[in-house]
Design a protein. Sequence first.
Length: 467
Amino acid sequence: MSLAKEILEKLAAVVGDNYLFTDQETRNHYGHDETEDYVFPPSVVVKPANAKEISELLKIANDYKIPTTPIGARTGLSGGALSIYQGIGLSLERLNKIIDIDEQNLQVTVEPAVITQVLREAVAEKNLFYPVDPSSMGSCWIGGNVAENSGGARAVKYGVTKDYVLNLEVVLPSGEIIWTGANTLKNSTGYNLTQLMVGSEGTLGVITKIVLKLIPKINHNVLMLVPFYKANEACEAVSAIFRAGIVPSALEFMERDAIDWTLHYVEGINITIKPQHQAHLLIEVDGNYPEILLQEAERILAVVEAFEIDEVLYADTEDQKNMLWKMRRAVGEAVKSNSIYKEEDTVVPRFMLPELLKGIKEIGAKYGFISVCYGHAGDGNLHVNIIKGVMSDDNWNTQVPLGIKEIFQLTVALKGTLSGEHGIGYVQKNFMNIAFSKVHLELMESIKRVFDPNNILNPGKIFPDAV
């Protein structure tokens, strides 16, 4: 859709001519994220400086019923920031300040465009810890983390983004500005609008300030890489570790192909992978007392030795720890660099991981595709990268969607659901009726209508086309 000159002039009056863009190059740049190869350029890109300007922009959008898509760092994997109906691309990049680190109450107030790793490093200087660590934390923004309820490797012990959000400043589609809650650790006052906004994928409001809970800084960790001869046993070992009374700070699964592709893609990783190794678990325990951590590592070793494993690698230095984490965090990019692919974000109760992995491989064989699996095994979150490879375009476009549907049906049958941390967005929305009944979906859509009766804010996301 093209916007009338009158509307563009009104938008420019809010943000200034220097922060409004209609050229094709800029529109294309803000029209994609990391979801496959989709590009949906907005009709115009605007870059407001604060909540007041966003409020004025949304009033205009609401008056003219213009689709408006909040755009963050564009590191998402579900198409949540794609302007599929064009309209206004609302880039939040100028809202990039850490407003206050409250050392007395262990809280931090930030704007949405603060890079997650920058936030983590800033609070660490105050001997505080923000544990949520998505694999893209060096480039993703905290606002996108809130919008998608991002997780990460340490979610298994510390929880996901929702567990740290205390309060939000939000601009509603009508242009009204509200705070959703209070800066308190407990709040039983009315409906929990804060948690409703977390994970709402930019469909209910535009987040402009975020108050996060922090915890004291953790000073020590032990990291170990465990090679397994059988991938299913690596999955079985995950539940066994927890049943032994151990809660790691991270427990990551990587099957053989994931590591092979990463070693080929990333330089500086010096690890020997034997031909017989079919999967690895990367296991971390952390705390403030090294002697206790060593005891926990010994208990983990006793658990995994019940399976067919090879020699365990203990990371002795910070450089070696960084190397192992670099390998794990680079898997997604390594797969992307090797082939056209689709990434699914399944999650099941952790004891069901072996069944999920087995079923994914059987479904792939049925429909003629291979998959590379890895993820946050400690909380049952398995990322499934489906590889095009030598598949014909016809099979890629017709058979793979059928296989993905069966993977999600299997996931739900195993008491899991469609996404653990990537969100639904554009690419998963038509699978939502696998996880939810008509009643569920109608309830969700009714909430959307209350917040956004004109359906201007990030339309075309989350809800199936048929609903």
